[in-house]
Structure formats: structure tokens, C-alpha cells
Design a protein. Structure first.
Length: 396
């Protein structure tokens, strides 16, 4: 067990493991502390798996575009590190639909996305119907398609990131950080509770990549972070027969979204992954899956919008946690009240999507003292205290 490191990362999900990989590629000695090596409740493992660049700010577009390029070559890199799986990245695009009530807002989002550098296309209802046979579009006033987008398998991505980081030399420790230690007003290491007892790891840099538990790790460092866990539901549906086409990730005007869950072998049944974000979901650590939500909300929405998807059964149902901030954007940077304490959390549903870019930003912050690839100042950890939230009107 290493007693010292250049960087300790708290949280071994996709963000933490991406940072560990890219720090090791720059020669840093890295220890990753993960309290649940099974990742049974890790947000990155329980995510939808969407990857897009349809954001309304140049910063989010730049980070998303970098991450998209990384995911395009993810399988090759992961397999070179000895990971036998694959990310199953399918670049089929993102399709947002708007009815009369939401058309003006989607139009504004389209203009903001285009102005920020995202490759997006403004479609009529006829274009949307032609691209997705079987899609009901009679009430669609506007559609926006992002061709450089798609979806992947979160569990395989998490396993691949961890394999790459470990192969590069990052050390993973099973335990919970009970204290981020200080000396002379800055970070000097962590104390970790493990099954074998408490250990100390000295390090001049500590990265908080604890996702939905980032506020808890912040308190262990003596700082408050505005990150709250919020439950989200997803369901994997088995269908009667194949769909007319390979569909993009589709967002209905009511917020319901679904994507194809590609068969893994010839003869496997066609499946969809479906969910809906709800703004009225209370904050808190809650993994209980509300199966009634599928019957009450999601199946009627799917039947109305995409009747080509004839549901046979529910193959899987689960609830995971978003790590929400007040403006639904990440906290990314060194904490101004605690030098050496770097925060990379609060991605509000975009952690998997942004993980490659975030790992690069963390590596630059930890080694160079600043991030040169991305202009991350708008994501500053103390922006809410200063009354400067980061507004991106194209977030979902």
C-alpha cells in the first residue's frame, strides 16, 4: 500500500478513473480511493449512456467534443490495456422534438448551440419522420438533430476506464475518506477507513471526484459544496420484433427519452432504454425504483410518440443518482479556500458524457496548476458564493 502519492483521487467512477489515467500518462503517482469496488450504485454505471455536443456554451461544447473524440477510439485504447469488453459506442445522433408550446425554446437552444460551435441541424417534422420511420410527428413543430452524438454502454465504459488507469499504474484502494488533512493552510493528504483499519496517504493534491457524494467529501475537507444527489429512473424494455431503423437518442417534448439497446449477439431481442428527468424529484440518497412511473408516464409517452416500439416486457429497472448543482453545471477547479483540493463533481447528468475532458482538465490542474485546454473559469467552485452561476440554456 502506497503511503504517499502526487495525487489522491476520491471516487473511482468514470470521472475519477479518467483523471487517474491522464495523470499517470503525465507521470504522476496516483492513488484512487473508492468505497465500493463493485460500483453497484455508481452514477456512471447506472447512467443512460448518452454522448452529445448539443450544449449552449462554448465551454460545454468544447469539453463534449473532446470527450466524443476520446470515445470514438475508446475500444482500441481499453483493449490495449487488457479490458476484453467494448463501449458499444453508436454514433447515431441526438434528436430533440418540440411541440407548439416548446418550439420557441428549442429554436433558442438551436441558435445557442450553433453559435457555440456544435454541429446541429434544424429539421421539419417531415425530416424527423423520414429519419425515424414510425415516429409520430403530427404535433411536432420543430426538431433539432445533432449528428455527432450517440450512446454507449456505461458499465463497459466504467470498467474500461478503470482497466486503463490500473494498467497505466494507478493504485486503487478500497475505503472511505474520513478526513482530508491540511498543513500550513493547504491539502497534505487523506485519512482512509479500510477493512484493515485506518490508513494515511500523504499527497499535495486531492481530487474530489465523488459524484453524488461530493458534498460529503467536501465536509471531510472542511468546505461546503453545493452538490445534491437526486434520483433518476431508467428501464430496459424488451420489444416485440425489430424496429424499422437504428434510431438516434430521442427526446420527446415531455422530457421522456429513449435509445436503442443494441443486441449483443444474433437472435438477441430488440430492446430500448427509456427514462425521464423530473424537476420535482426531491434531493436525497434514494435508490428505490418506482416501477409505477413506467406504467403511469413512460409507456404512454412511448406509445404515443413511437408506436413502432411494441413493448413485450421489462428486462431491467433501476434507479441511480444525478449529482446536481444549482445551475446544473459541474464544479471544476481548485477550491479557493483550500489550495490543493481540486473538485470535479456536480455534472448533473453529464459526468459520463464529459469524463474524458474532465480527466484532462484535472491532470492539467494538478500538474501545471491551471487548465490550458479548456477555459474552465465559469465552472469555478465558488461561483455561487459570488453570485455568478453558469447559465447554459441547452441543458437537459
Amino acid at each position: 500500500m502506497r503511503e504517499s502519492a502526487d495525487v489522491v483521487i476520491v471516487g473511482g467512477g468514470v470521472v475519477g478513473s479518467s483523471a487517474a489515467l491522464q495523470l499517470r500518462e503525465r507521470g504522476a503517482r496516483v492513488v484512487v480511493v473508492e468505497r465500493d469496488p463493485t460500483y453497484a450504485r455508481a452514477s456512471s454505471r447506472l447512467a443512460t449512456g448518452g454522448v452529445r455536443q448539443q450544449f449552449g456554451s462554448a465551454l460545454n461544447v468544447a469539453m463534449a467534443r473532446h470527450s466524443l473524440e476520446f470515445y470514438r477510439r475508446f475500444d482500441e485504447r481499453a483493449q490495449a490495456a487488457g479490458h476484453p469488453g467494448r463501449a458499444w459506442f453508436r454514433e447515431r445522433g441526438y434528436l430533440f422534438l418540440a411541440d407548439a408550446a416548446g418550439a420557441d425554446r428549442l429554436e433558442r437552444r438551436f441558435e445557442a448551440q450553433r453559435a457555440s460551435g456544435a454541429r446541429v441541424e434544424r429539421w421539419t417534422r417531415a425530416q424527423a419522420a423520414a429519419h425515424v420511420p414510425g415516429l409520430e410527428t403530427r404535433d411536432v413543430e420543430l426538431a433539432v438533430f445533432g449528428p455527432e452524438a450517440g450512446y454507449l454502454e456505461p458499465r463497459e465504459v466504467l470498467a474500461g476506464f478503470r482497466a486503463m488507469a490500473a494498467r497505466a499504474g494507478a493504485e486503487y484502494v478500497h475505503g472511505s475518506v474520513v478526513e482530508v488533512e491540511r498543513a500550513a493552510g493547504r491539502v497534505c493528504g487523506v485519512r482512509v477507513s479500510t477493512a484493515a483499519g485506518e490508513i494515511a496517504i500523504a499527497a499535495p493534491r486531492v481530487v474530489n471526484a465523488a459524484g453524488a457524494y461530493a458534498a460529503e467529501v467536501g465536509r471531510a475537507a472542511g468546505v461546503e459544496l453545493p452538490v445534491s444527489p437526486v434520483r433518476q429512473h431508467l428501464f430496459r424494455l424488451q420489444l416485440h420484433g425489430p424496429l424499422p431503423s437504428r434510431i438516434p437518442m430521442i427526446f420527446d417534448p415531455d422530457g421522456t427519452h429513449w435509445r436503442l439497446d443494441d443486441p449483443r449477439a444474433p437472435g438477441d431481442p430488440e430492446r430500448l432504454v427509456i427514462g425521464r428527468s423530473r424537476e420535482d424529484e426531491p434531493a436525497g440518497e434514494n435508490f428505490e425504483c418506482d416501477h409505477g412511473r413506467l406504467e403511469r408516464e413512460l409507456l404512454p409517452a412511448l406509445a404515443r410518440r413511437y408506436p413502432a416500439a411494441r413493448v413485450h416486457s421489462v428486462a431491467e429497472a433501476w434507479a441511480g443518482l444525478y449529482e446536481m448543482t444549482p445551475d446544473h453545471n459541474a464544479l471544476l477547479g481548485e477550491h479557493p479556500a483550500l489550495p490543493g483540493f481540486i473538485v470535479a463533481a456536480g455534472f448533473s447528468g453529464h459526468g459520463l458524457m464529459m469524463a474524458p475532458a474532465t480527466g484532462l482538465a484535472v491532470a492539467e490542474l494538478a500538474i501545471d496548476g491551471h487548465c490550458s485546454t479548456f477555459a474552465i473559469l465559469p465552472l469555478a467552485v465558488d461561483r455561487f458564493e459570488r453570485g455568478e452561476p453558469f447559465i447554459d440554456d441547452a441543458l437537459v
